[in-house]
Ligand binder design. Sequence first.
Ligand code: UT7
Length: 313
Amino acid sequence: MNGLQVLGTGRCLPGRRVTNEDFARTLDTSDEWIAGRTGIRQRYFCAEGETAASLATVAARRALDDADISPADVGVCIAATFTADRRTPALACEVQAALGLPETALCLDVNAACTGFVTALETARCLLLGGQMAGPYALVLGAEKISSLLDFSDRSTCVLFGDGAGAAVVRLDAQAPWAAVFGTRGDGQVLHGGGPDDPFLAMDGRAVFRFAVETVPRCIRAVLEKAGLTLGEVDRLVLHQANSRIIHGIARKLDEDPARFYENMQRYGNTSAASIPIALDEMRRDGQLLPGQTVLCAGFGAGLTWGGVLLRA
Ligand code: UT7
C-alpha cells in the first residue's frame, strides 16, 4: 500500500523546566486549574542560546542514530514548524548543514501549526513515491520554540505551551498500510499570532476545544475507512498533545477506551508540530511501540487545520 515505515526516532527538550507551581508564583493561576483543565503539569522552555534549530538538530541526529542509517542516504528533510528562528533559511536547511546531509537532499519547512508533523509525513511520502529524490530515506521533524510567541502575562495561553523537537526517519514500505486525510477551515480569528498586529499567540480556547472534538473523530474514521481498517486493528493512537480533556472527548466520540490514546502533555505541554514525534520517540524508547505495529497519528490546530495518517512502526 506504499505506506511509511519508521526506522528511527529522536527528541530534544530544552533546558528550562517550568512547573505549574512556578507559574502560580507570578500569575493568578494554580496547578489545580492548569492540570484539571488540561492535564499539563510542566513544560520546557528554551534557555539562553537554545533555538528551534538547535533542538531540531539534536532530535534529528538522535533519529538518524536510532535508525542507524548514513546521513548520505537522506533524500528529503522536512521540518514542520510555525516558530522557526527566522523566515529564511528554512529550519530544514539549518538541519541539513548541521548534520551534513547531502546537498542532493530536498529540504523544506511546512507550516500547518499543530497539524504540521502529519502534513510533513504525507509530503515526504509523496516525494519519495515520486521517484525523483536522491536518497531513499526522509527525515521528518517537528520543532518549535513557542516561547518566542507567548505573552507571559496572559494566563489563558502561556501555561498551555512548551518548546521541543521530535524527529523520525521514514522510508516507503510497499506492505505498510497507508491513508491520509486532511482538512482546512481558514479562520484566523480562532487561533493566531506572530503578525505585526498580533505578536503573541491568541486564541478562543473554547472554540479550539469544540473544533478538535468535532473534527478529529471524523478525520480518524475517514482514515480508517480509506485504509479498510477498524479502530481495533490499529495498535497505537497518537494524537496532538494539546489537552487531555480533548483526547478524552475524542475517545468518547469514537466509543474507544481513552487509555489506548498516548498522552504526554503532562510533561511537555502543547509543543505544536513537535508533540506527535516527541510522543513517538518516547513510545519507541519505552518499548510501547513495537516493530510492525500500526500507528494512527492525528493533528489539529491553527489554520484551522486537521489531518490524520497511518504509520508502520
Ligand atoms: O494546539 C491547539 C491549541 N489550542 C488549545 O489547545 C486550546 C484548546 N482549549 C482548551 O484547552 C481549553 O479551552 C482551555 C484549557 C484553554 C480553557 O479551558 P476551559 O474549560 O475552556 O476554560 P474557559 O476558557 O472557559 O475559562 C474558564 C475560566 C475563565 O474565567 P471566568 O471567565 O469563568 O471567570 C478564565 O478567565 O478560567 C479562567 N482562566 C484561568 N484560571 C486560572 C483562564 N486561564 C486560566 C488559568 N488559571 N491559567
